[in-house]
Each structure stands twice: as C-alpha cells, then as structure tokens.
Design a protein around this ligand. Structure first.
Ligand code: CUA
Length: 347
C-alpha cells in the first residue's frame, strides 16, 4: 500500500492540480504552511534507510513491469490473432491438453520470481531492522496522540511537539509509542512506515544526508483528525542542532510585561493539559508549550504558528480542527488576547 501511495505522491508533483487526490491535497496544503518543503515522495529518498527501500522498490517494479509486458503482450496477441473472422465455420479449433514443457515453464518461472522477491525483500528488512544504533546515535521517544506528535529527547532533557529536530549525517533512532490509538509514523523521504501501537514499543531509524525540512504524515487512520496529524522533521548541521538543543533546554522565558496573560493561563484548565517549564503548568495530555514559538505550526500542521492563529485556535479549536480534543476555554476576546500575548513570548 505504501508503494502505491508513494506513486500517487510522486505523480502529484506534476498532476496534483488536475488530479487533486485527497492525500495529495492534504499534503500540498501542509507543505504550503510555513516555509515550502519538498513534496515527499518515496522516489526521492534523502536518507538511509529510504535509499535501500527505494532501490528495492525499483527492482520489484522492474520485475512487475516485465511480467506486465509479457502477460499483456500475450493477451493482446491472442485477442488480435485469434479473433472471430467472417469466414469462421463456428467450430472449436483443435484444443491442446497437457503440454509438459508449458506446464512446467509457467509453474517454475513464477516460483523462481516469488523466491527472488522474497529473498531480496527479506534481506532489506533484516538489514534495516537489525541495524544497531551507532555510538553517536541520537535517541528520541516518539509518542503518537490524537492528533499530534510528542517528541522526547531523554539524554538532552528536551520535549517538543510535531517538529522532530535531528542532526543531518548522523543516525537518529526512534522509539515509537502511542498514548491512545494506532498511528503510523511516516516521513517518505527518510524511511518507510512504522506503526505506532498502544502498549507496544516499536523502533525505527533515520539518517538524513542533508540539512533541510522533511514532511511526513500519520499513515494509519486514527480518528477524525487523522489527516491533520502532520510531521515536520528538521535536519540540522551538527552545530545548528546543538544550538537548537540548547534553545529548547531551558525553562520558559519570564516576561513581566505579559504577567496578566500568564496569571490568566495559570488560573484556567490549560495547565491540566499543557506544561510550561518553570510555571505551575505541568500537564502532559497536550503539547509542551515551554518553547511554543520555536515551532512553525500549531495543531500538528493545521495552521501557521502566528498570534492570529493562536487566538482563533484558543477561541474555538473545533473551528480550526473539527474534533480536536482541546476544548474551547470560554474566555472573552480580551482574555484570549492576554493569553496569546503571553504565549507568543515563549520562544
Ligand atoms: Cu494518527 Cu492517523
């Protein structure tokens, strides 16, 4: 299935405006947010192990193409050559039964093809799944939620949401967990899909060659907002990655000019679901907001992270993302403006 979706996406580069498949539209809409990102395609791998999957896909597609041409060719030849003609006498032509060489050929050849496909696929699966983390590998815990992604960096003491920051040219090993239902972590240019399953820990790894932004998407239907469960993977040059970690490490900035908004935030139920480092807000149900403004989008890619969108989101999350589990806090417009003023200081 991933292969065919990949085909769609790849074609979308040229056909999207005409075809407008649901996935293509979702993805293009997502890519339109914030800075433009390359449209993800499995035919444009930019990382291990996506390279290996790509090579394998080409090999499998090549064999399938040969089978298609041979079978299609025989079919067309038969239809044309043995079609009904005006001078047919209506009787059946002589029938051929039990030709041993033919029977043998069409049994053995498919068997060999399946065997070769099985071997090369198994070899790739084992090579990718059994790859041991190198000594300098980064470890990140990925937790799927309805409908956003939580990223925890245990060694660095960093927690963020929806944007996975990794170093380029170095392996990142991911531990995949779910807080609720089954999701699937998929960034086509970095690796294949891996399901994110409750009460189970899955592993996968990526190693983007170059710094850049890679777009992904939850690839397992997980409820109303499955389509708006976007992933942004930002690969940094090593020094930039260290700088990013340093910027995410500390507690939230304390800006006295937004004291009213901070007091308001801490007096309502926001703090039950969100954490802001250095304050009483220590909820874990929703995204960590300590460095909210360092992220490009809100609501897992549903909107750009701007003051206006934050305002609309807090006023009525359901309008921006129908079915979102964040409730409207029933604050007045002036109160929301205060809260947004506070939130936008959280660099
Ligand atoms: Cu999470 Cu679909």
């Amino acid at each position: 299935m991933w292969l065919w979706r990949g085909v769609w996406w790849s074609g979308g580069r040229r056909r999207s405006r005409l075809a407008g498949t649901a996935l293509g539209v979702v993805l293009l809409a997502a890519a339109a947010h914030a800075q433009p990102a390359p449209i993800p395609s499995i035919f444009d791998p930019l990382s291990r192990p996506a390279d290996e999957i790509y090579t394998l896909s080409l090999f499998v597609l090549g064999i399938c193409a040969v089978i298609f041409v041979v079978v299609g060719g025989l079919l067309v030849t038969s239809i044309v050559r043995f079609r009904r003609r005006p001078d047919d006498d209506g009787r059946e032509p002589p029938q051929v039964y039990g030709s041993n060489p033919i029977e043998l050929a069409w049994t053995v050849v498919p068997l060999l093809i399946v065997f070769v496909l099985f071997l090369v696929t198994t070899r790739s699966i084992i090579a990718i799944e059994r790859a041991a983390p190198p000594a300098d590998a980064l470890e990140v815990r990925v937790i799927g939620h309805q409908w956003w992604w939580e990223f925890r960096y245990p060694a660095q003491g960093v927690v963020t949401a929806n944007e996975l920051h990794v170093p380029a040219g170095r392996a990142t090993f991911l531990t995949l967990e779910s807080a609720d239902v089954v999701h699937s972590f998929w960034v086509p240019q970095l690796n294949g899909k891996t399901d994110v399953i409750p009460n189970r820990v899955n592993r996968m790894w990526i190693e983007p060659r170059d710094a850049g932004l890679y777009i992904g998407q939850c690839a397992e239907y997980c409820g109303t907002q499955h389509a708006r469960m976007l992933l942004r993977v930002v690969a940094h040059a090593p020094a930039d990655f260290d700088a990013w970690v340093a910027s995410q490490r500390g507690e939230a900035v304390h800006d006295p000019s937004v004291q009213a908004g901070r007091d308001l935030f801490q007096s309502v139920a926001c703090i039950n679901c969100h954490r802001i480092g250095g304050t009483v807000a220590d909820g874990v149900f929703g995204p960590d907001l300590t460095h909210l403004m360092s992220r490009a989008t809100i609501a897992a890619g549903a909107a750009d992270n701007t003051a206006a969108n934050l305002h609309a989101w807090i006023a009525n999350p359901d309008a921006l993302k129908p079915g979102a589990l964040m409730p409207a806090m029933k604050l007045s417009d002036a109160q929301i403006t205060q809260v947004v003023a506070y939130l936008t200081t959280l660099q």
